[in-house]
Design a protein around this ligand. Structure first.
Ligand SMILES: [Zn+2]
Length: 77
């Protein structure tokens, strides 16, 4: 399945956010959307990092990780 950001047409370099049973995709341009095809089990399987970092708020996490729009149009590898 090919996924593109509806705002900037980017194809990759996403941030996945899990909240309860929902998974959200965030683009570098700061556009975000609910992705109903990613379940909690899918999310946990994708994000199997033992030292997860948490942030005081979603907004602070987005800024710290570069998903607040500062890198719009950029793919960071
Ligand atoms: Zn985008």
């Amino acid at each position: 399945m090919s996924v593109r950001c509806s705002a900037c047409r980017a194809r990759r370099d996403w941030l996945l956010i899990n909240h309860g049973r929902n998974a959200w995709i965030v683009c570098r341009c700061s556009n975000q959307w609910l992705e109903p095809e990613i379940s909690r089990a899918d999310f946990d399987a994708l994000i199997a990092v033992p030292d997860r970092k948490t942030y005081p708020s979603v907004e602070q996490g987005l800024a710290a990780l570069g998903f607040d729009g500062a890198f719009t149009g950029t793919y960071l590898d």
